[in-house]
Design a binder for this molecule. Structure first.
Ligand SMILES: *Cc1c(COP(=O)(O)O)cnc(C)c1O
Length: 414
């Protein structure tokens, strides 16, 4: 469900024609719908309402302060993977008590920063990390709440780059024998074991992997409690897929319906960490056609947006639907939509049937709200694009387009 639709042939975000925003802010830009973000968050959060729970938005999916603040006001927590994300989440007003810190490479400084903020828990990915957190907490005269991230060896049946719960992945502790690590953690003087964490992958479109992972977690919690280790929370991770194309991922209600019976008797607070499921279909990437290039074999639609702005097609061969911002009646063609970057991998869409656009026309890459702007870079010295948020019949720039001065900020010729 999202609020991007045609009104009299004009693609609109809620009540605002996308073309009007392009006129005001220039292109390319990311455009988010407040109503869609709110709807997705509420649906997800309410699906788990029958148990004590925290819906911790995965900040890396869409890190803009305005988006984080909006979700925070609705009650969201945050799943962070860096000190920078902690800084953002706190700036956006998300309470530290609703923040969990994931990731295999937390630094000493980041651990200290998170301890000083008083986050809900660290989600620990390795034995050396556990010892480091214990040491830093000791130095600060405090105790760190931790969950161990367990790798349940479940195949999420998604793109290999975003599968994280298989035993060959770099994430978490293998489930076999993990109770020993829990016991060891529990015995450390500055560690308080609080939970079990899992996150098996992203863009998951089936329900079985979540169910299998939940069953393994439930079993593990039983084992841990039998050994006298108190477990307060279970984090079942994020990863719910969205329809980019023809996929029919489970709804949050279906997910909750499948896993809640497994979690109900456990007497735990349930954490979830959706990123894409909240933000993915709440944003689009808008770009302008510079020109068409026909090579005889192929037609290229050259646009002003590129792989540095929207990396998913180049990185994962990901699919984003391409829609004209103004519906016309031009002839149908099959084309690649490509950017100006000097790389063959610089494409936004390949072999797509579409109306033949003219130079100056606007195109929208749909479902670009997650891992869109947050993955963007300034490669080829292209300033990062603007981000805009629509609310009803109004819009606001929530991140200004970068300037050339921004590009060289901090650089210095010796
Ligand atoms: C990236 C990530 C998420 C979010 O994944 P989505 O597929 O966007 O829901 C959640 N938890 C962890 C630990 C992650 O690394």
């Amino acid at each position: 469900m999202h609020h991007f639709h045609y009104i009299d042939g004009d693609l609109s975000c809620e009540q605002v024609p996308v073309a009007r925003i392009a006129e005001a802010v220039g292109t390319p830009f990311y455009l988010y719908s407040r109503a869609t973000l709110e709807h997705h968050f509420r649906v997800f959060d309410q699906a788990f309402a029958s148990l004590p729970h925290v819906t911790a938005f995965a900040v890396k999916a869409c890190s803009n302060l305005a988006v984080l603040a909006l979700l925070g006001r609705l009650g969201a927590g945050a799943d962070i993977v860096s000190g920078g994300e902690l800084f953002r989440a706190r700036k956006a007003g998300i309470p530290a008590g609703r923040i969990v810190f994931s990731g295999v490479g937390k630094t000493t400084a980041e651990i200290a920063q998170a301890l000083k903020e008083g986050i809900y828990a660290f989600q620990v990915e390795s034995h050396p990390e556990l010892l480091l957190i214990n040491r830093v907490a000791g130095e600060l005269g405090t105790t760190a709440r931790v969950a161990l991230r367990v790798n349940p060896d479940v195949d999420p049946k998604t793109h290999p780059y975003i599968a994280t719960g298989l035993k060959e992945s770099k994430f978490g502790f293998p489930v076999a024998g993990v109770e020993k690590v829990f016991a060891e953690a529990d015995a450390l003087p500055h560690i308080r074991v609080a939970g079990v964490h899992q996150h098996i992958g992203s863009q998951i479109t089936q329900i079985t992997p979540f169910v299998e992972a939940a069953e393994r977690a439930a079993e593990l919690i039983g084992t841990l409690r039998a050994r006298g280790i108190a477990i307060e929370y279970l984090n079942i991770g994020g990863g719910i897929g969205i329809p980019y194309d023809e996929q029919v991922p489970p709804t949050p209600a279906e997910l909750a319906h499948a896993v809640l019976p497994i979690l109900k008797g456990l007497d735990v607070t349930v954490l979830t960490e959706p990123g894409r499921g909240i933000a993915g279909n709440a944003g689009i990437f808008v770009t302008r056609v510079l020109r068409l290039k026909d090579t005889g074999d192929k037609t290229f639609v050259v646009v002003d947006g590129a792989m540095n702005d929207l990396m998913r097609p180049s990185l994962y061969n990901a699919f984003h639907a391409v829609r004209p911002v103004r519906q016309g009646d031009g002839p149908d063609i099959v084309a690649d939509v490509v950017g100006p970057i000097c790389e063959s991998g610089d494409f936004l869409a390949k072999g797509r049937p579409m109306q033949r656009p003219d130079s100056g026309d606007l195109l929208a890459l749909m479902s670009a709200g997650a891992y869109g702007f947050s993955m963007s870079s300034t490669y080829n010295s292209r300033p990062r694009v603007a981000e805009v948020l629509v609310d009803g019949d109004t819009f606001q720039v929530i991140r200004a387009r970068e300037t050339y001065e921004d590009l060289i900020r901090g650089e210095h010729i010796p």
